[in-house]
Every structure is written in C-alpha cells, then in structure tokens.
Design a protein around this ligand. Structure first.
Ligand SMILES: Nc1nc2c(c(=O)[nH]1)N[C@H]1C(S)=C(S)[C@@H](COP(=O)(O)OP(=O)(O)OC[C@H]3O[C@@H](n4cnc5c(=O)[nH]c(N)nc54)[C@H](O)[C@@H]3O)O[C@H]1N2
Ligand SMILES: Nc1nc2c(c(=O)[nH]1)N[C@H]1C(S)=C(S)[C@@H](COP(=O)(O)OP(=O)(O)OC[C@H]3O[C@@H](n4cnc5c(=O)[nH]c(N)nc54)[C@H](O)[C@@H]3O)O[C@H]1N2
Ligand SMILES: [Mo]
Length: 803
C-alpha cells in the first residue's frame, strides 16, 4: 500500500499565527482555520468570533484573488439577519399579489414562525394540488462542501416528504449532457477521463482551442482545489514546444503563458469553421480513412452533406470563411497543420451555450475523428480545458462521497433552463431528447443555493413567470436578487459557520472544513434547516439516517478512505485528517488519455452508443425528427448572429461570459468584484472602433439594449475584444430602476436582461445565452445610483418580536 505522507502544506505564511486547533477560542491571537471554497482551499484568519482575513493554501501556486471578498461578505450588511417574510405575503398568504415580489418590504419573524409557515405551505400545496405543484429543481452552485450542498439537501427533503418537480442537466453544459451520450458516451465520464495535461505537454504539438481556455475560469473548481494548475500547464506545454491556436472573440480567454495565435471569427460560427476544416481534409486527402472506418459509424451519410452533393453547397473553406469572417487561406492552412502533427482539439463549454449548441460539439468530435488522433497521447479531443481548474487534471478521478438527493415519487422534471416555460405555460409541452415534457402547474417554488435572477436568460420573462406561483421560499445567506424576490427568506450560514468536507471531483485534495466562527445573526445551516423541515413532516430518520453534521462528514471521509484503499492507497484516520486539515491523493501514474482503451480494442471496449462507435450519423437522433438537431452535424444559422438581418437594429454580438472577479453572482458586493467596476457598474468591453462610432469613451456609463430589455454598464474600451462583439460578464446583481416592473432597466449591468430564453434545440434544451445581439449607446442625462448593494426595506421588528 502507498502511504499518504501528511505534509503541513499550509505552513503559516504570517508569523505569530496559530492554527485553529492549537488555540481554540483564543480571542487575542488570530488563528487559522482551514476551509474550502469554489475559488480554492483557504485558511480563514479568525480573531475571536470574527473572520478578519483569508489566505490561500501555501500549496496553491496560482491562488485566486476572489477569496479576498469572503471576510467582508461573511460579516457584511447584506447578510440576512433572521427569517423574513414579504409584507404582502404575510398579510394575504398564498393569495397575495405575486407581482409585488421584489417591490414589497420584509417583516422579520422568528425561526419558529418561519418554519411553521414553510412546513404549512408545503403541506397545503401537496394536499391541494399534488406534489408536482412544488418546484424543487432549484439550480445553483451554493458553496463548497459535500454535506451542506443546499440544492441537493432540498431535493432530499422534498423527495422524502412526498416529491416535487425536479430539474435535469445544468446551465454549464446543458446541450452536451444529452448530446454526447448519443455520439460517444456519458459526458461526465468523458470529463473525468479527459486526456491530462502531462500527455499534452509530452506528446502534443498543436492545441486548437475553440473558445479558449480562460485562465479567469480555471480559478474555479466546484468544491475547491488545493492547487490551481491551468496556467502552469499552459506554460509547461509551450516550453515543451506545443503551439496554441485560440479561436474566439476575446483575447483574454487564453493565458499569456500559452503564447497563442489569436483567430477572431464571428461568434457562434464554429460549426461552419469546423466543416470548412473537415472539407479541406477530404479535398486534400488528409483525413484518416482507417480511423473513420474502424472507429466511427455513419461517415458515408455525412460526407454528401460536407461535400455539397446532398444540398448543392460544398462546405469548403471559402464557404466557411464567408460565414465566420476568417479567411479561406487561414482555414485551409489550419487544416493542414492539424493533419500534419499531433493535435488536440479543445472545445470550450461556451460553444454549446448558444443557439444549436449541440452542433459545434458534435462537429468538433467528428473533426477529431477525421484527424484520427482520438485515443493517442497528446491528441484527439477535450471538452472544456480551462473551464474549471481540474479539467485535464492528472488526478485519479475516483469519485468522492457526498450527500445525495432522495427518491422523487412524482418522476416529473424539466430541463433546467426551462424554468420560465414551466411557470408560464402550465399544461403545455416541449420536446426534449426524444421525450415530451408536460409542464405541471407549479404553485410553490423553493430555491436553495442558486440565484435564478443571476443565471437565467431573459430576466423580464422570468419576472413575469416568477409572479405566478402562490408562494416562493428562498434559503440564502445574503440579500441576493433572488432572496429579495421571495415570500419567505430562510437565512443560511456560510461555509465558515459550520462543519463540512470539501475538495472537487478530479482534484487530488480532500479538504477539512471545520467551523471557524459562530453563525452570523440567526443563520442556520442548510442541513439543519432541511432536517428540521423533514422532522416536521415526520421523515427525519429518512433524511438524516440518524447522523448529525459531524456524523455525515466522518461517513463521507470513511467512504473515500475505503475507495482509496481499494486502489491500494492508505489514507489516515478521520481524526488525523481533521486535525491536519487535508490529505493529498497521489496522481495517476500514467497520464490519462481519453478513449485510449477504445482505440486499443474497439470491440472489447466498445462505446456505450447504439453502434458501439463514435456516431458521425446518429439514427437515434435522426429518429427524433428534430429540424433543429438533425442526424449529423449541420450548420444551422443561429437566431441572432453577426450575419443576420437583425444586425441592422442590433449590430453587436453580446458575449456574457464568466466573470473574472467572482463566481457568477456570488461575492459581487465583495472587494475583488467592486474594485473592477467602472462607474460603479459592470464593465462592458468594447472595441475602440465600435466605441468611436458611438462617441463612447473609456469610463462612460453606457446603455445596452435590445427588444428584450436594457441595462447600464461602465465602458471599458479595449482591443482585447474583437470588433463587432462586446463582453459583459455575468453576475452583476440585478438592479432594476423600478423593482418588480417588467421591462425596467437594470442600473448595474446584468446581461441577462438582454439574453434569449430559448433552448439550444429540442434535443438539448440547454441555455443559449451566448446567442444575443444588442446595441449600445452613451447614457445621456442623469446617471441613476446603483442600489443593488443596499439591503431591502425591513419593517419594524416589533411587528413580530424575534426569538
Ligand atoms: N448570460 C449568461 N448567463 C449564464 C451563463 C452565461 O454564460 N451567460 N452561465 C450559466 C452557468 S454556466 C451557470 S453554472 C449559472 C450559475 O448560476 P448560479 O449557480 O445560480 O449562480 P451563483 O451566483 O453561483 O448562485 C449561487 C447562490 O447560492 C448562494 N449561496 C452560497 N453559499 C450558499 C450556502 O451555503 N447555502 C445557501 N442556501 N446558499 C448559498 C449564493 O449567495 C448565490 O446566491 O449561470 C448561468 N447563467
Ligand atoms: N472566475 C470565474 N470562473 C468560472 C466561473 C465564474 O463564474 N467565474 N464559472 C464557472 C462555470 S459554472 C462554468 S460552466 C465555466 C464556463 O466556462 P466557459 O463556458 O468556457 O466560459 P465562458 O466564460 O462563458 O466562455 C469562455 C469564452 O468563450 C468565448 N466564446 C463565447 N461564445 C463563443 C463562440 O460562439 N465561439 C467561440 N469560438 N468562442 C466563444 C468567449 O470569448 C468567452 O469568453 O466557467 C467556470 N469558471
Ligand atoms: Mo456553469
């Protein structure tokens, strides 16, 4: 057995600081308490009952500055101090006017009152309308920690208490999750088995990165990482002679360390470029016929489309150039370079978050198959290098034990991004991946650990939808835009106020997260809140399985320990782990290579697809009969793009990508995020030529608009974004001029007032935020103050005395 050596990796950086366990409760000396966040493993610096600072693990070679926002947010004035009820709802209960959500003031209540109201509403709605009238699909990242995962705990409680309407898939790769199983196999499996960076650095020659590998995005790993490595691997690969070609609209989406060539095509035209590359491979006899014959199925049914025999349009480099704005010579040259050396095609998750987002993922895979390098060291295909810290990590990929949802007796679900459709269209149907979904009539929405007023597209449509349910319950540490739009707000503790265990999938670290400070205000942990609600419904035993918080944490660790032992790795006992603060598992000995076993023996290791091979043509998908996702990869014009007639009115393509200074909307009020705001607003990147044409100067407050909505933002004029494209990252807290009013302008810069709320296709029904045209103008007249970070109006607590 390999024994894990315990190094005190988080050796203290500041002298005079003691570890939490050395000096428990000592008020005079600051102590360090290990923990984890989606931004990395951290040490909370604690004085008495207060978190006064935060440090990254010493092992972290590239820590994220996002962590600096944590102490101020944990103790800030945006914490929900105690349970709250919207005044209008308190007066009229489920018959209140739902369109007042976000406009009404709140009334503080005791936990006893709040829990009684919540338990009563759950029971009432189930009895009167059936369990499917409760929406518990509650999507969102919440915080790190495998026990206090709010959305999962909520599903667990709702499942054991009778069921609910759930959600499937995610916003991140909502088109890939249903698509990839038809053509290669389970997408999550593919992510775990992604060819690791060691293989690229040692055997790769060329990496062609569609959508880049933003170093900004690899700050994040769901659950936390002990070491951010992406940038380092870009550097090491480059030093080993690997060349990078980055294809995308924003220069910063490739680390400087990669020294990439930058090709800037029109957004959403990747499928056309890939077809142009594939056509060149065929026209010039460069594709790997042997690989295609042996490992794929349906090429013969795709080829006539590619060459133009079936529709009269050869998808050659000139055709692709015309669509994408790249030159035909660039496309031909790139195809030759890809065919002549070991090439990795990297597809960022962003590609499939657009209209027909299934197509670039399918076509990218077909292109890699035609190059014939799938399953070879350093070549082939990878999905989402850089999207999170651990895509392409060398970790063993063994799963980590965590809290799981309960059974859901209703069996009802929606593809997650169909939330507005669900609330607006009860009884109506949509297609999804060969199924037909009927939307139930939802009367109660319970959200924990997510912020739909950040993450969902077309917020004005969501606002109309959100007014419809009778009751909305939100469980949140902060007065976020979704908490302000709730009827009942239950204040949750943050990670630092409870015990948990962290570490991301595909990360070598298992991280202890002991409680560092007492709960702020009257906050309770997600586990405690939902265990209490389970208890009131008589299912406490099913929910808790008789374990308390530490009991679960120990249970997860012991499970991980057993899994490791099966692989011959001996982990320390729980007590030792908890005291030291983490363990680091050894990396896999040999580099992982995606589909290596399949390549070695495609019969014994056939893929879990109908043909057992990579499906270039899918009979199953063709059988669904969807015109927006036919049987082979196809260029389908996006609803909005720089080639559409819409550009007459809205000439700029909006990229609403992931923010550099926070995770989605989390910590937007924190120092790291606020430091980068322009004129108090979210910065919008605009090319100097586009700015000049509109008289916009750096630092101006500008107005972005289209037929769906409008928002203000602060102009940042830079040639790091291509002409014709503007970048406004997601996550600025939604801040309408008139709260509650559909169509009101957001003063702060939330791009989702502009984006489209339409599924990628009838197959995936994923979010398609990256397909969006807008116009931008300098704001004339008075500039309204941003009020997103003012807590809501809270009525006199004497209305009902708190406990
Ligand atoms: N336009 C556009 N929109 C997008 C995207 C895009 O590219 N463009 N990307 C999409 C993607 S990929 C994603 S994943 C989504 C993300 O969408 P979300 O995951 O909904 O976004 P977050 O801001 O992370 O929301 C998490 C919420 O949980 C709360 N929270 C934190 N810790 C805890 C806790 O311990 N307990 C409880 N109860 N709550 C907690 C936070 O305060 C926050 O309000 O956004 C999507 N939206
Ligand atoms: N700092 C930080 N990191 C994060 C997150 C965060 O909120 N903050 N969120 C995390 C989450 S939940 C996820 S899912 C991942 C998402 O990871 P991604 O999906 O990769 O992220 P995005 O930032 O949406 O997009 C990356 C880049 O793709 C390019 N792009 C957009 N559309 C197109 C297109 O049509 N074609 C081409 N070629 N390029 C295009 C844009 O330049 C954009 O900046 O990031 C994770 N990492
Ligand atoms: Mo995501």
């Amino acid at each position: 057995m390999t024994e894990i050596r315990l190094t005190r990796r988080f050796r203290l950086r500041r002298s005079g600081l003691a570890r939490a366990h050395d000096r428990p409760g000592s008020p005079a000396v600051p102590r360090l308490s290990p923990s984890s966040s989606h931004y990395g493993a951290v040490m909370a610096v604690v004085e008495g009952n207060k978190m006064v600072g935060i440090e990254p693990y010493a092992s972290d070679i590239d820590p994220s500055p996002i962590i600096n926002s944590l102490p101020g947010m944990v103790h800030g004035n945006l914490r929900v101090a105690q349970p709250m009820v919207r005044a209008g709802w308190l007066a009229q209960r489920h018959e209140s006017d739902g369109s007042r959500r976000g406009a009404d003031a709140f009334v503080p209540v005791s936990w006893e009152t709040a829990l009684e109201l919540v338990a009563g509403e759950l029971e009432r709605v189930r009895a009167e309308h059936g369990p499917e009238a409760i929406y518990g699909g509650s999507y969102g990242w919440g915080s790190a920690g495998r026990l206090h995962n709010a959305p999962t705990l909520l599903r667990r409680m709702l499942g054991f208490t009778g069921g609910f309407t759930a959600s499937v898939n995610n916003y991140s790769f909502g088109a890939a999750l249903p698509l990839i199983p038809h053509i290669i196999g389970d997408f999550n499996r593919v992510l775990v088995e992604t060819t690791d960076w060691r293989s690229i650095a040692s055997d790769g020659r060329l990496v062609v990165a569609f959508g880049g590998m933003p170093p900004r995005n690899s700050q994040i790993a769901s659950g936390g990482t002990g070491k951010h490595q992406q940038r380092d691997w870009n550097r090491r690969s480059r030093e080993a002679g690997v060349q990078f070609v980055y294809i995308g609209p924003v220069r910063d989406d490739m680390a400087d360390e990669a020294q990439a060539e930058w090709l800037a095509p029109r957004p959403n035209t990747d499928t056309a470029i890939m077809l142009g590359l594939a056509h060149t491979l065929v026209a010039e006899g460069l594709y790997d016929r042997g690989f295609v014959d042996r490992y794929t199925s349906g090429f013969d049914r795709f080829l006539p489309y590619l060459m133009g025999q079936s529709d009269g349009t050869p998808k050659d480099a000139d055709w692709a150039a015309n669509i994408s704005g790249l030159t035909a010579a660039t496309i031909r040259d790139l195809a030759r370079r890809m065919a002549s050396q070991r090439t990795m095609i990297s597809l960022s998750w962003s590609l499939q978050r657009g209209d027909h987002g299934e197509q670039p993922y399918w076509m990218g895979t077909v292109l890699a198959a035609m190059l014939g390098q799938i399953g070879l060291p350093g070549g082939g295909i990878g999905y989402g290098y850089g999207a999170e810290a651990n895509v392409g990590s060398a970790s063993d990929g063994r799963s980590r034990s965590r809290i799981i949802p309960g059974p859901n007796p209703t069996g009802r679900y929606i593809p997650v991004a169909r939330i507005s459709d669900l609330l607006l269209r009860p009884g109506e149907t949509d297609d999804y991946n060969g199924h037909r979904i009927t939307y139930p009539d939802v009367k109660l929405v319970y959200w924990a650990g997510g912020n739909p007023f950040h993450h969902h597209q077309d917020l004005n449509r969501l606002l109309r939808a959100w007014a419809r349910p009778e009751t909305v319950i939100v469980q949140e540490p902060w007065w976020t835009p979704v908490a302000r739009r709730a009827d009942i707000v239950l204040p949750a503790t943050t990670t630092f106020e409870r015990n948990d265990i962290g570490g991301a999938a595909r990360d070598p670290y298992i991280l202890a997260m002991p409680q560092a400070i007492p709960p702020v205000g009257q906050a309770r942990s997600d586990f405690d809140i939902l265990a209490e609600l389970s208890d009131r419904a008589g299912v406490a035993q099913a929910f808790t399985e008789g374990r308390d918080e530490m009991g679960w944490i120990q249970n997860f660790y012991e499970n991980d320990r057993r899994t490791a032992a099966e692989a011959g790795i001996e982990l320390p006992g729980f007590q030792e782990f908890w005291e030291i603060g983490h363990v680091e598992l050894p990396l896999s000995e040999k580099p992982k290579i995606l589909l290596q076993a399949f390549r070695a023996d495609p019969v014994a290791n056939k893929l879990p697809t109908p043909s057992g091979r990579i499906e270039i043509f899918s009979d199953r998908i063709a059988g669904f009969g969807y015109d927006d996702c036919p049987g082979h990869p196809t260029w389908l014009e996006p609803a909005e793009w720089l080639g559409s007639a819409e550009t007459e009115r809205f000439p700029l393509h909006l990229i609403s990508n992931q923010p550099k200074t926070r995770l989605h909307s989390q910590l937007d009020a924190g120092v790291t995020s606020r430091k980068e705001k322009v004129a108090d607003r979210e910065p919008v990147w605009i090319h100097p030529a586009d700015a000049a044409a509109r008289g916009i100067q750096d630092g101006d407050v500008v107005r972005l608009f289209n037929d769906r909505g409008a928002c203000l933002a602060g102009a940042l004029v830079t040639d790091r974004v291509m002409q014709g494209v503007i970048q406004l990252a997601t996550g600025a807290w939604y801040d309408p001029e008139v709260p509650g009013e559909v169509g009101a302008m957001c003063k702060h810069g939330n791009p989702n007032v502009l984006t489209r709320d339409k599924g990628t296709s009838r197959l995936g029904q994923g979010a398609s935020a990256h397909t969006c045209l807008v116009e931008i103008a300098k704001l004339e007249g008075p500039v309204p103050r941003v009020t997103a970070f003012d807590p809501p109006v809270i009525l006199d607590p004497k209305a009902e005395a708190a406990e």
